[in-house]
Every structure is written in structure tokens, then in C-alpha cells.
Ligand binder design. Structure first.
Ligand code: ATP
Ligand code: BTN
Length: 234
């Protein structure tokens, strides 16, 4: 299904998401950039994309998936497993981030454009510092380990895990990932607040068979469906 057999590696672009949304590329095409001038996070936020990081997007076809809302989590898990294979123990922050030593090392952005699903991944690989605004909250593989990594090798391992996991997700849905995600879930068993239209506070219990977050609140167990929601410690 997902081949990742076409790849374009650019020196610089606005955003690899926009490159794929503007053009018509076959499913599985991967666009990578050394630097992005307008890297995007969720909700129109900015993704710092200086030299040293890995920034790429790939395009999938929505018709291969019964649901697409869990794709950020499945790809986030794939990034986390790929970084673990370099000896860096990471956790997954539901629904779309990867953390290393308590700081954000990677983020996943999924955008729908007609039948196209454009999946973007930013991984902080060799950056030795970050802009002031995120200095306290961001880390890189280099900052966490003191070692430099080959970005191409990081890309290959993330794509390898993503291909395998997305294929399984497309065949069997989210259930096979429930335990794997729960093992890596940041804030599990801790008090959190989920920010959306109406904030919900509670103890993070895990995810259900569809990948939705389960919280024990004062009014019983609540299920939070992914979307534009943000999870915070309390
Ligand atoms: P949440 O996903 O819970 O809303 P978040 O603050 O991580 O939390 P996202 O929209 O997922 O929000 O990610 C975008 C945010 O990530 C930016 O607002 C910025 O704070 C942070 N950020 C931007 N660039 C980087 C980077 N290269 N590495 C780590 N963090 C970054
Ligand atoms: C987030 O945590 O909010 C998601 C960040 C996603 C960043 C990647 S970098 C490659 C691709 N191009 C973009 O402009 N954004 C994604």
C-alpha cells in the first residue's frame, strides 16, 4: 500500500506539507527539506525548522483507511520506535508528539486535502540549540545523547516503521496498537488536563481500542477523541 518509493530531497522550501498539497504526486511520495522557511505545527503554530533537523512529509490516499484521525498517533508511535532503535528511550504524547527526556523531540502533523492525506514529521536530530521560545520545551537527539546522527538513517528508520505500522493500521484498525501505545504513553497514571472547547481534568488511564484517550474524572471515565485537543500535565 504505502511504498515510499519516490523521494524528493530539497535544500530549502516553505513547508514540505505545502509542496505535497500544491502538486499532484503519487501516493507514497516523500518530500524532505534540509530547512523550512515556514514550517507548520498544528493549529497554525510554527515549527522551528533550522539546519540539523529532519523535516519531511508523505502523501497517503484516504481511501486506504477506514479512519484517519488515528494516523498522527500511529506515525508518532513509529517515530518513537525508530528513535528507540538508536538507543534513545522516547515516549508518545497523545495525540501527535514524541518526547525524549521530558522534552519534545518530534511532532506529527496530518492534513487532509480531498482524498489526499498529507503526513508531516519533524524530528530534531542534530540541533545544538533552539530559539528562545522553545528552549525549555524542545530537545534534539544530539542534545539528549551528545552524539550526532545521520539524518538519512533516521529518515529510513522512521519510514520503515511507518510503512509497517500504517499497513497494519489500514488492515486491522487501531486495536493492534493499543498496548504498544499505552506502554509508551507520556503522563500515564498522572493528573492531566485536556484542553479543547471545554477543558477536562483527570487521571490519564490509557487509550481505548480506537486510540481515544481515557481519563478518570470526578464524573466517571471520559473518552477524549483526537482532533484539535492538547494534553497538559496538571
Ligand atoms: P499540543 O500538541 O499538546 O497542543 P504543543 O505545544 O506541542 O502541544 P503542537 O501544535 O503539537 O503543540 O506543536 C507546535 C508547538 O511545538 C509550537 O507552538 C512550539 O511551541 C513547539 N515547537 C515548534 N518547533 C519545535 C521544534 N522544532 N521542536 C520542538 N518543539 C517545537
Ligand atoms: C506539531 O507538533 O505541531 C507538528 C509538527 C510537524 C512538523 C513537520 S516538519 C515537516 C512537515 N512540514 C511542516 O511544515 N510541518 C511538518
Amino acid at each position: 500500500m504505502v511504498g515510499f518509493d519516490h523521494m524528493v530531497w530539497l535544500r530549502e522550501t516553505d513547508s514540505t506539507q505545502e509542496v505535497l498539497k500544491r502538486g499532484s504526486y503519487p501516493e507514497g511520495t516523500v518530500v524532505v527539506a534540509d530547512v523550512q522557511k515556514r514550517g507548520k505545527g498544528r493549529k497554525g503554530r510554527r515549527w522551528e525548522s533550522q539546519e540539523g533537523g529532519l523535516y519531511f512529509s508523505f502523501v497517503l490516499s484516504a481511501k486506504n483507511f477506514r479512519e484517519v484521525l488515528q494516523i498522527p498517533l500511529v506515525v508518532g508511535l513509529s517515530v518513537s520506535e525508530a528513535l528507540d532503535s538508536f538507543g534513545l528511550p522516547t515516549t508518545v504524547k497523545w495525540p501527535n508528539d514524541v518526547y525524549l527526556k521530558g522534552k519534545k523531540v518530534s511532532g506529527v502533523l496530518v492534513e487532509r486535502s480531498g482524498d489526499k492525506v498529507v503526513v508531516g514529521v519533524g524530528v530534531n536530530v542534530n540541533q545544538s540549540s533552539f530559539p528562545e521560545e522553545i528552549r525549555e520545551t524542545a530537545t534534539s537527539m544530539f542534545l539528549a545523547s551528545g552524539k550526532n546522527f545521520e539524518r538519512k538513517e533516521v529518515l529510513m528508520r522512521v519510514l520503515g516503521r511507518s510503512r509497517e505500522n500504517l499497513e497494519l493500521f489500514s488492515r486491522e484498525g487501531f486495536l493492534p496498537f493499543k498496548e504498544r501505545v499505552e506502554e509508551k504513553l507520556l503522563f500515564k497514571g498522572e493528573e492531566v488536563v485536556v484542553l479543547s472547547e471545554k477543558p477536562v481534568a483527570g487521571i490519564l488511564l490509557g487509550v481505548d481500542g480506537e486510540g481515544w484517550l481515557l481519563l478518570r474524572t470526578s464524573e466517571g471515565i471520559k473518552k477524549i477523541v483526537a482532533g484539535d485537543v492538547s494534553l497538559r500535565p496538571r
